[in-house]
Design a protein around this ligand. Structure first.
Ligand code: PHE
Length: 470
């Protein structure tokens, strides 16, 4: 950690505004957008979820991202040092925020391993098998899909998980993130175009129109108050996850940002890009679920497996699907890697700073922790599938603890800290630095002081109020 305040360029900051936006977007766009968003949208009411997400993204997401970037840029520090330097009493907030990536990283790498597995399946020309295979179980009535069978194993998911951790770790150890960023800057637009193409194709499938309606049009018929609460909690948790908020990452990114660039503009750009990718991923997966299940609603509740179950079917049905599927999974793996690299980088830098270890030793420590915690998530779906924590499998539990408990607490404390202790002027001064306008100032103040804290409390009590909420 820097003892003195350094400017962005001294800290090896970004050379241009676009460079900054792309790097932050590279961290933001990942499995959250492509894997997590569609399955939550499918599960939590389609259009209602989408609308809720969008409303929170442009209000709350905007306010929180602006706050984090401003704190980072103003203090010139990463998360732990930043909160501490503003107010010693709030140092624990920095710690809590920094603990989130440590818990996300392991299970993120498990899912990254699933993506690698599917990449291999498509490269070796077995896409059709992933779409159709059915495995018998000891119960004659029950058979497993390709995906269910895969995660029920121990060895294969573990191997792919380890490969994924190694890929992430090699980049962080060698410190060659810049190289990866360059590749991803080039490949992300390709991924976007590909997703648009696949979405257009999916929408032409028989039955997809029903799915499109479900995804786009909010239909609150039969919605109970508890359903609204669940949808809001899921949407806000997803917002944190997808935009890398409430875990100190944007504070660190802010510390690398140039003073002359517009904070408000950058936030809008990152948000639009991140939301667009998520929206398009949902536009492929949700209608495809309808098309391939013949409208069977229970197919929407597949949870974390939804993308892996649905996409091979889409690729199988399309011309040149094997090839398109291969390219798609390679690009998703890369998008995931840029995110897990930024996750691991954050954890490593906290370890380096606090335990005064060098980069290599910190990396090794983080790798061991990641492998240890990640294996638990792998086993939770296979050998230990009978073991649950609060009715959740281990991977889902890690996801829940971070997204529905820790991040709302971090967000709540950040709002109280900025809204009532240091006051919103602190952020305002940074936003208007160099004579810039703060266009959404009113919205920002209302959000940080009143609406966000209340929403966070609501979200925190939701799981306790509704037992079955996951
Ligand atoms: N936002 C990333 C995604 O959508 C996940 C992530 C979280 C990345 C935290 C970095 C830090 O996949």
């Amino acid at each position: 950690m820097e003892k003195t305040k350094k400017t962005a360029s001294e800290r090896g900051g970004f050379g241009s505004k676009l460079g900054f936006i792309l790097a932050a977007a590279g961290s933001a766009v990942g499995l959250g957008n492509i894997w997590r968003f569609p399955y939550l949208a499918a599960q939590y009411g389609g259009g209602v979820f989408l609308l809720t997400y969008l409303i929170f993204a442009v209000t709350f997401g905007f306010a929180l991202m602006l706050t984090e970037l401003a704190i980072g840029r103003r203090t010139g520090k990463s998360v732990i040092g930043a909160y501490k330097s503003i107010n010693k009493k709030f140092a624990p907030l920095g710690w809590l925020a920094a603990a989130v990536p440590l818990l996300i990283l392991p299970y993120y790498c498990v899912i990254g391993g699933w993506v690698l597995k599917y990449t291999c399946v498509f490269i070796t020309g077995d896409g059709a098998e992933a779409a159709n295979a059915s495995y018998a179980t000891s119960e004659p009535e029950v058979s497993l899909t390709f995906f269910e069978h895969f995660i029920s194993l121990v060895k294969e998911p573990t191997i792919f998980f380890i490969i994924y951790v190694v890929l992430t770790a090699v980049v962080v150890m060698l410190g060659v993130e810049k190289g990866i960023e360059k590749v991803s800057k080039f490949l992300m637009p390709v991924l976007l175009v590909l997703i648009i193409g696949i979405a257009i194709y999916t929408l032409t499938l028989d039955g997809a129109a029903e799915g499109l309606k479900y995804y786009i049009l909010p239909n609150v018929k039969g919605y109970k108050p508890s359903d609204y609460l669940k949808t809001i909690a899921a949407a806000v948790g997803q917002l944190f996850y997808s935009m890398s908020l409430a875990m100190g990452i944007m504070v660190t990114y802010g510390s690398y940002m140039r003073k002359e660039d517009s904070l408000e503009g950058s936030v809008r750009h990152i948000e639009v890009f991140d939301t667009l990718v998520a929206f398009l991923a949902g536009l492929i997966i949700v209608p495809a679920v309808f098309a391939f299940s013949g409208g069977d609603k229970s197919a929407l509740n597949k949870g974390p497996g939804l993308m892996f179950i649905t996409l091979p079917k889409v690729f199988e049905s399309m011309p040149a699907g094997q090839f398109i599927g291969t390219v798609f999974f390679i690009l998703v793996a890369l998008a995931a890697l840029t995110s897990s690299i930024s996750l691991m980088e954050t954890v490593v830098s906290v370890v380096m700073e606090k335990f005064r270890l060098n980069r290599m030793k910190s990396c090794l420590l983080v790798i061991v922790l990641t492998l240890g915690l990640g294996i638990l998530s792998v086993l939770g779906y296979s050998e230990w599938s009978d073991f649950t924590l609060f009715d959740m499998q281990i991977l889902d539990f890690f996801d829940f603890i971070t997204n529905s408990i820790m991040m709302p607490i971090v967000a709540f404390l950040t709002c109280i800290f900025i809204g009532y202790i240091v006051k919103t002027k602190y952020v305002e001064e940074e936003v208007t630095y160099g004579g810039k306008q703060f266009r959404s100032k009113k919205l920002y103040n209302v959000m940080i002081k009143y609406i966000c804290p209340v929403c966070m409390i609501l979200i925190l009590i939701t799981p306790f109020a509704i037992k079955e909420l996951r």
